[in-house]
Every structure is written in structure tokens, then in C-alpha cells.
Design a binder for this molecule. Structure first.
Ligand SMILES: [Zn+2]
Length: 62
């Protein structure tokens, strides 16, 4: 089994599928970054909707 982070052979099964706590932490950090990116994307979509509203807002405001 190879560590998905550093591609080294995993010797310590304690942290599998990672070779070490360090790599497990790196993966956790990546996961958080992915989550953050995902949330940021959602915010962007809301901003886009808000922009759409502003573009069409003139009609709604009477
Ligand atoms: Zn590793």
C-alpha cells in the first residue's frame, strides 16, 4: 500500500492509508481546503444571484 500523499510505501499501519501522522494531517488539511473552496463557490453563486437581482431590481422596486 502506498501513501496517497507522498507515494511512499506505508510501513506504519497506524496511520493507513497514510504513511505517517504528518501525511494524514496534510490530507486533512487538503480536505478542509476542499470544503472551504466548496463553501466559497456557494457564496459566489449567491453573489451571482444577488447580481441578477440587482440587474432586474428596477422592475421589482416599482
Ligand atoms: Zn506519506
Amino acid at each position: 500500500m502506498k501513501c496517497p500523499i507522498c507515494k511512499k510505501e506505508v510501513e506504519d499501519m497506524k496511520y493507513r492509508p497514510f504513511c505517517s501522522k504528518r501525511c494524514a494531517d496534510i490530507d486533512l488539511g487538503n480536505w478542509f481546503n476542499e470544503k472551504y473552496k466548496f463553501e466559497a463557490t456557494e457564496v459566489d453563486e449567491e453573489d451571482l444571484a444577488e447580481l441578477e437581482k440587482m440587474k432586474n431590481g428596477g422592475e421589482e422596486q416599482e
